[in-house]
Design a protein around this ligand. Sequence first.
Ligand SMILES: [Zn+2]
Ligand SMILES: [Zn+2]
Length: 429
Amino acid sequence: MKPISRSFLHAQEAIGVGTPEVESLLSYFCRLAVSHAVSTADLARLVVKHIDHDIRQDFEWQQRNLSGISESARNWAAWLAAATGVERLDLLTLTNWSSFLPAKGLSPRRSHWCPHCLAEDRKAGNQPYFRLSWEIGPVEACHRHKVQLVDTCPHCGRRHVRHDAGIVLPGWCTQCGGFLGDADAPSATPGQLWVARQVGQWIASQTPAADFADSVSVTETLNTLILGLDGGQPSRFAKRIGLAKSTVHGWLRDGNLPTIQAYLAMAAHSGLSLNQVMRGELTTWAPNTPDAQIALPFDLSRKAAKAAPRQLDWDAIKRELETMLKLPEPISVAEAGRRLDIDDRHLYLRANALARALGEKWKRFQDSQKAIHRDALRTHLQDALPELMEAGLPFNLTQLRHAVPAKVLNAVEGAFDVIREVRDELDVA
Ligand SMILES: [Zn+2]
Ligand SMILES: [Zn+2]
């Protein structure tokens, strides 16, 4: 029997969590494939096969979305956590921000990199890796090295060579094998550097201890900004940040979410950081031109359009999971999630060892149940088949439904294999 504590894949550590240089999940995935000496496609298949007892089975391998806020990023963070035993792989994605940001505008148009970052990794004797910031739409520069990100291999001159292949060794061209850190990169503009710095600080705020549920609602943040900057007038505010009036109205009235570009514009105009605007940390914010007269009639009651996210007590959840683990009748991780009213994927990300123990126990239980059901069917068939043979009746499903209780027959997947086995045995005998 496989020990519960051992993970199915290497417990590979994620790089740079809690810093602007945090690794992307795409990078983590590629490095993991390398460490197991398999292609990315094979690793994807292995992982999906491994988790099929527990989490949804929708197989998908979309490299581009792996580090963003999509469902596929959310799934892969959880599945890889389940397979490696490494918690909080969600921090290598932006999935924690899905109630703040739309997917629109979040993916970069190119697969690009900072050659200096890769060269620095290599020089330090570390494994080169892709940064999460490179997967974020508006980022076009490396703030650390003050250069623009590049997307062309310096050796073969081709593009789409960073990770678009079956075998990816992060840092080396997927076409010619040349080192991507050898590329020249032009200096970044001050605007590009500002964006890179804002995004870097923001993703550095994703630490295992960071509480995303503390953030106030987007509507509340918008109202405070519009009030502070433009006396509560959405149309003036829209003009200020360079957007259509209807866009700002859509945020306020219909609950649409501002794109990351819009959040950056708001940060630029308010003097706040992107992280503060995203998290709604505006309590100490003093706008330059506050207008108390206009501010007073502002309707505060409409602020909390979105319910505040639920605060989860992970210590209590872990205690619940421990209790569930001791249940005489094992339950799946999905079922544990339902009982706790938590997305089961979060259980792998925040309570990894317990979730995996639960998953293993469930899997063993499922396997033993399968064996019991097959044996039961076998016994029924051994009784029923000789009679059918004697009567010259065919062994089709209609005949068998008369002879074997439906409950026994339906409990077995691939019942025909069992039927064939028993028939062959009887034929021989
Ligand atoms: Zn760099
Ligand atoms: Zn190349």
